[in-house]
Structures are given as structure tokens and as C-alpha cells.
Design a protein around this ligand. Sequence first.
Ligand SMILES: C[S@@+](CC[C@H](N)C(=O)[O-])C[C@H]1O[C@@H](n2cnc3c(N)ncnc32)[C@H](O)[C@@H]1O
Length: 226
Amino acid sequence: MGMQLSQVLPWGRSMAEYVGMFALSGRELGKRILGCADGPASFNAEMTAYGYQVISCDPVYVFSKRELRQRFDSTFATIMGQMSAIRENFVWDTIPSIEALGAMRMAAMEAFLHDFTPGARDSRYAVSGLPHLAFADNAFDLALCSHFLFLYSEQLGEAYHLAAIHELCRVASEVRVFPLLNLEGQVSPHLGPALTSLRRAGFRATVQTVPYEFFKGANEMLVIGE
Ligand SMILES: C[S@@+](CC[C@H](N)C(=O)[O-])C[C@H]1O[C@@H](n2cnc3c(N)ncnc32)[C@H](O)[C@@H]1O
């Protein structure tokens, strides 16, 4: 069964957040990038406006712009309430307040929605999801996956994580995944097995600190190269 709109929580981050989460340098921004599980992030929209090359893939792109906007509007207050209830788990410096967070997520959503129709026409938004991506081997220089793998460790088991990460390595010569914590704020139990499996397969896999920390303690990414 495909993804249901009721399962979607449209909550996307900005290009500045992606640059921080993945410690992206100016040179790296110029690579052929895959944003896997980009959802309603404004990364693709903003990168495209700067002239960079990004393809985003996510099963959620099967829905229309109208459906995604309705879902965002109907879940916004609930998510804000949940964030407010656990506000002590976050670092409020770059994002100074709950209100600023809401405004940022809304701006990201608006930028994404504005770009969605022309972007889909240009094949920059692909309806495709892990663990089987609709891209050729080595189609990308860099694959980024934010707030999907490791975060949902309980829902997506170890076998899924290993298959998904190896799939990302198939389509890109370098892969970065952020964060490495699960929803409870613990290091994902799938990280160790992923490192072992990747190294056994001959990849260079390291954990690196990044300059982005919003959820307290979530300031590391997994970097996989050949
Ligand atoms: C929490 S959002 C993260 C959005 C964005 N990466 C960011 O950090 O702002 C998680 C995303 O994972 C997507 N997703 C769910 N199942 C997926 C799958 N099998 N493959 C790829 N993405 C998936 C969801 O649709 C959603 O957009």
C-alpha cells in the first residue's frame, strides 16, 4: 500500500539548515546532489534558485500541492503544541523561539510549494523512496538524507536501515545521513551495525561532528565514501 496523506507530517527544513546539518562547503554545494526524504524542505527550491543541481526524492511527492498544503495547515498547530511541550530538549540559539521555528517551517513549506510544480516538471522532485530508488548507479556525487534514517529507528528496523543505506551508496559516490539519534534522543541502535556492514563492504564510513545542533545532542552525521 502506498503512503497515506494522514501519515504525512509536512515539516521541512531550509537550505541553511541543510548546509549546517551536512557541513556542506561551497565546493560541495556545486556537486550533483540527491536529497533523499526531502519532503517539504526548501533545500531544492533554494539551491535551484542559486543555480545548483539537486534532485529530491520522497514518496510524499505523489500528493498534489493542494493536498500537501491542506495537510500542513491541518497539522501545524498540533506539531507546534508538541514542540512547545518538549521545548527543553532543543537548543534555542540560531532558532530563538517556538514562534521563530513556526515561521521558519512555514517559510520552508511555502518555498517548497512554490517550487513543486515547476520542479516536478523538470524532474527535480521524484516520487521514489527507500529502500529502492529509481536512479542509476552513481547518478549523484552526493546523497543527503535528513531526519528519516536513524530517527525512525523503532519503526524502521535494522535490515531496512542497512538496505536503505547501501541503496544510497549505489546511487551516489558519497552519502551523508543526519541525525544519528532516534526519536527518544538516543544514538540509533542501527548505527553500529550500519558502520560494520559498510566497512565490510569496503566503504569508508565515519561519524563526523557538524555545526548544526537543534535537538540537544544531535550534532553528528554519518559520512560514507568509497
Ligand atoms: C521528518 S521529514 C524530513 C524532511 C526533510 N528531510 C527535512 O529534514 O526537513 C521525513 C521525510 O521522510 C519521507 N519518507 C517517508 N518514507 C520514505 C521512504 N521510504 N523513502 C524516502 N523518504 C521517505 C517523508 O515523506 C518525509 O518527507
